[in-house]
Ligand binder design. Structure first.
Ligand SMILES: [Zn+2]
Ligand SMILES: [Zn+2]
Ligand SMILES: [Zn+2]
Length: 332
């Protein structure tokens, strides 16, 4: 985990000004897609890429700690063999999708969306090549329901010095499946979903979009590449374009389905960049909308927060029908 106590010192922004609009603060007057260095990062590349401070086999309570701008955070803590810590090495970037404050991602013309996907590829390559960056996480929080205060269209990229647990869990499952059956778990899932058909909400030549069999949120949707590849970096130009198109179609479909600018979390799941072999893993992007319908939000409760057991209050297959219809009728 990452402790970023310094982030509490972030200023409260005036509600009538947007730091991401062209010409405001650090944002240039003229841009299409812009990589903005987070003013209050949880992790910085300036922090030493040091290993965990203790290497006990039994002690597994890790944290990247302290205000990341401090040289070696948490130094005043007494030493402990149980609690391991390291400086908050890493990076936090904001990707501005468009200079237009009120644009949605699906408003971007094709050339512009291609540029955004290119930016994701380029940042993954660049950050992933830095020694000590073991995972590049591309994500977006959209809408007040998931805590967003700046509505200018933007996403984020965090470069972590470790591989997040959720990704490790998926990698382990992929490796196990590959060892047992000699094929990729996700490639097999793509085939199975296309054969069954009921949970596929959109598809094009290079990607499919499904509400997964194991969906934890009512309208959770996953974009999965048809070709076996590990990360956004591995997309060819045509695949990158098809990826942009299906992503735009999904978000447009969500807004059409709920009848307002929907709130969601988007998470790229891609292979780590620590140099190990992840050939069994398969690139995909997960979307978690905050709403179950236009009036109801899905809140996390006891089973979810307490023991990580998700209770999906809706019927996966009938939600897939609704979302597929919304995507179709929202058009292009
Ligand atoms: Zn703005
Ligand atoms: Zn695969
Ligand atoms: Zn995943």
């Amino acid at each position: 985990m990452v402790v970023a106590a310094g982030r509490m010192k972030r200023p409260v922004l005036p509600t009538d000004s947007c730091p991401f609009c062209p010409g405001v603060g650090k944002t240039p007057l003229d841009y299409d897609v812009f990589v903005y260095q987070n003013d209050y990062p949880s992790m910085t590349l300036g922090a030493p890429a040091a290993p965990w401070s203790q290497s006990s086999e039994t002690a597994r309570m890790h944290r990247c700690s302290g205000d990341s701008r401090a040289e070696v955070p948490g130094d005043s803590d007494p030493a402990s063999a149980l609690y391991l810590k390291r400086p908050s090495f890493g990076a936090c970037e904001v990707i501005l999708y468009s200079p237009n404050h009120t644009a949605s991602i699906y408003d971007l013309p094709k050339w512009h969306m291609d540029k955004l996907v290119d930016c994701w590829r380029e940042r993954t390559r660049e950050l992933g090549s830095i020694d000590g960056v073991n995972y590049v996480f591309i994500f977006e929080n959209r809408g007040e329901a998931v805590g967003v205060t700046i509505h200018h269209p933007h996403g984020q990229i965090y470069a972590f010095p470790f591989v997040p647990r959720k990704v490790l869990l998926e990698i382990d499952a992929c490796k196990e499946f590959m060892n047992e059956k000699g094929i990729c778990l996700f490639c097999t899932m793509v085939e199975e979903e296309l054969r069954l058909g009921g949970r596929v909400v959109a598809e094009n030549e290079h990607f499919i979009c499904i509400i997964p069999y194991f969906a934890r949120f009512p309208f959770e949707a996953h974009l999965v590449s048809r070709r076996h590849l590990g990360s956004v970096m591995d997309l060819g130009d045509e695949e990158a374009s098809a990826f942009g198109e299906i992503l735009q179609a999904l978000v447009r479909g969500y807004d059409h389905l709920f009848g307002f600018t929907s709130a969601y979390i988007m998470a790229f799941h891609q292979a780590p960049t620590d140099g190990a072999d992840y050939s069994a893993y398969h690139f995909h992007v997960e979307f978690y909308p905050a709403h179950a319908d236009s009036k109801t939000q899905k809140h996390l409760s006891g089973t979810e927060i307490g023991i990580d057991v998700f209770v999906n209050p809706s019927d996966v297959e009938s939600n897939a029908v609704s979302l597929r219809r919304a995507i179709e009728s929202a058009g292009t």
